[in-house]
Design a protein. Structure first.
Length: 170
């Protein structure tokens, strides 16, 4: 433990360095075998000592680029049309984030007619929403760079079972 203390202090200092980052709790406190959660039971990412992201975060990268990036831009960076979700995943409450994806959102303004579609009936989004969320949190905290994560951990049996059950609607 003697050796880990200075490293931990360094990591905490680095995490607190960016604006608004100190209050974002991305530390994994528990797991259900499918994914990891912080102390508040909000889904979070894990990156191991080899720099590999956990499977759900990698899945989130793929699903984001299949379903969201056409409007929100690559890597959660935003576009002229839709906001940068890497920031939304940090600033917004998790439940608000999930609610907007399920129900959609339309800016009520005469100057714009931007529409965020409702995805509640789309299993390709809803079964992977926590994956997309953790991927965007990893981008928002800059725990991972832009682009496809170079290394990933394997898909767990628990993840495969949960994915199958969700996609089959059971
Ligand atoms: C057809 C284009 C389109 C697609 C596809 C799309 N969005 Fe959106 N999204 C928008 C627009 C436009 C807004 C801004 C709406 C507003 O502010 O009224 C938005 C807003 C949001 C917000 C609120 C962000 C904030 O900071 O207020 C979230 C969260 C969100 N989208 C998540 C997603 C996710 C996750 C996906 C993929 C599963 C997705 N969106 C796919 C267009 C899209």
């Amino acid at each position: 433990m003697k050796f880990t203390t200075p490293l931990l202090a360094l990591l905490i200092a680095a995490a607190g360095a960016g604006p608004g980052r100190a209050e974002v709790d991305v530390a994994a406190a528990s797991t259900d075998g499918v994914r990891h959660f912080n102390a508040e039971d909000i889904p979070t990412y894990v990156i191991n000592e080899d720099g590999a992201v956990d499977w759900p975060t990698f899945s989130g990268f793929r699903r984001y680029h299949a379903e969201c990036h056409v409007c929100h831009g690559p890597d959660g960076e935003g576009s002229t049309y839709a906001p940068a979700l890497k920031n939304s995943a940090i600033k917004m409450d998790y439940y608000d984030f999930v609610g907007i994806v399920a129900s959609g959102k339309q800016e009520v303004s005469s100057a714009s007619n931007q529409v965020m579609p409702a995805f509640a009936t789309n299993p390709n989004v809803m079964c992977y929403l926590d994956d997309i969320y953790t991927y965007l949190r990893a981008r928002g905290t800059e725990a991972i760079p832009r682009g496809r994560p170079a290394k990933r951990m394997d898909k767990s049996d628990e993840y495969a079972a949960a994915e199958k059950a969700c996609m089959e609607g059971s």
